[in-house]
Design a protein around this ligand. Structure first.
Ligand SMILES: Cc1ncc(COP(=O)(O)O)c(C=O)c1O
Length: 367
């Protein structure tokens, strides 16, 4: 049996509805921003429960835009985690700020207890990542940030469809950034991103900055750049957004089946805690496994396209050399890098395939 990681061939097996949407776009010639992009922005803001959504061409640019809007300037410090995708820290670096790492907890999310100790007079933002589509203890992050008067910029890139106590990812901070990379729960056929905020003046500033600072064709208020979402992708996003709640539900069903089986294998597998009130997107279904590298080979050899996100934490990457970290600085992230496996649990994985994954893991551990 094959259990593929990449679901795009299934998701876009029928391109017809998208081609129909694109015909409308082509006949309108609305190729830069315009009504299709605006309609998607309004729909996404309503989905998240935020006042404003400003779309961008990537999630990375959404993070850069969000950090700039939050007032992060060259020389400032931004607190974040080292078990994330490169773009989180790439964005901090792109605005000239210094990433200040804290470790993650055993749910692979920012260890909230470590945030207060990382705050200095230079801290200009706290950037929790909803790693794998799961929120950290975001309510506690918000309490700490509010008490310190520091804005939160949420890296909600993998978290469209995730929530805590009914409140959507991205709506807890001053600004939330999302990605529509093809393997995110809300995806497009290429790249796309967006920021959300409830703050009118931040929204206005971001709307202008992502479009050259323009107020109209002949006037700019300040120097900006082009971070615009392509209308072709806005149409894809709008259609896929209608499916997000359903696909998250199916992924949760798959995750529950995996969790229940792995909890029986506690000598070999450690499943993260799933606190009440949290809805995860399972952009990555991750657990920690004994003899990880051998297991990974075993699964792949048997048609299960398991992965590791990621084998080297950011503080040990060459790109982070100037920060002066060494192995042992963030033990939880390092342990996870050594033990985590990501198992396909997306919306096209059936209960039979999940059962096959479970049987294969059991066979590996002889139990
Ligand atoms: C946590 C996280 N942050 C940021 C990004 C960057 O998004 P994009 O690829 O759309 O630039 C990604 C995904 O790619 C991500 O997983």
């Amino acid at each position: 049996m094959q259990v593929p990681y990449n679901y795009l061939p299934f998701q876009f097996a029928n391109p017809k509805p998208f081609l129909e949407d694109w015909k409308r776009l082509i006949s309108s010639s609305e190729f830069t921003l315009g009504p299709f992009v605006e309609a998607f922005e309004q729909k996404f803001a309503a989905f998240v429960g935020a006042r404003y959504c400003i779309s961008t061409n990537t999630g990375t640019d959404a993070l850069i835009l969000a950090l700039k809007a939050a007032g992060v300037r060259p020389g400032d410090e931004v607190i974040t985690v080292c078990n994330t995708f490169y773009a989180t820290v790439g964005a901090i670096s792109a605005v000239g700020a210094k990433p200040v790492f804290v470790d993650c907890d055993d749910r692979y999310q920012i260890d909230v207890r470590q945030i207060p100790g990382a705050i200095t007079s230079k801290t200009r933002a706290i950037l929790p990542v909803h790693w794998g589509g799961c929120l950290p203890d975001i309510e506690r992050v918000a309490e700490i940030a509010n008490a310190a008067g520091i804005p939160i910029v949420e890296d909600a890139c993998p978290a469209t469809g995730a929530s805590v106590n009914g409140r959507h990812a991205g709506s807890f901070g001053a600004v939330g950034a999302f990605s529509m990379h093809p393997l995110k729960p809300l995806n497009v056929m290429g790249d796309g991103g967006m920021v959300v905020t409830d703050d009118f003046s931040l929204a206005e500033w971001m709307r202008k900055y992502r479009n050259h600072g323009m107020v109209d064709r002949d006037h700019i208020d300040f120097w900006g750049v082009n971070m615009r979402l392509q209308p072709f992708q806005a149409l894809v996003a709008s259609r896929v957004l209608d499916t997000v709640n359903d696909l998250v539900r199916i992924r949760n069903r798959n995750a529950r089946q995996l969790d229940a089986a792995f909890e029986q294998l506690a000598d070999f597998v450690q499943v993260p805690k799933r606190p009440a009130g949290h809805v995860e997107t399972y952009q990555l279904y991750m657990a920690r496994f004994v003899r990880r590298d051998e297991l990974l080979r075993f699964l792949i050899d048997r048609g299960i396209e398991a992965k590791v996100h990621y084998p080297l934490p950011l503080h040990l990457q060459k790109a982070a050399a100037s920060l002066g970290h060494e192995r042992g600085d963030f033990p939880e992230s390092e342990k996870q890098a050594d033990e985590l496996v990501t198992i396909p649990a997306h919306q096209y994985v059936t209960p039979e395939q999940i059962d096959y994954v479970i049987r294969t893991v059991r066979a590996f551990y002889n139990c």
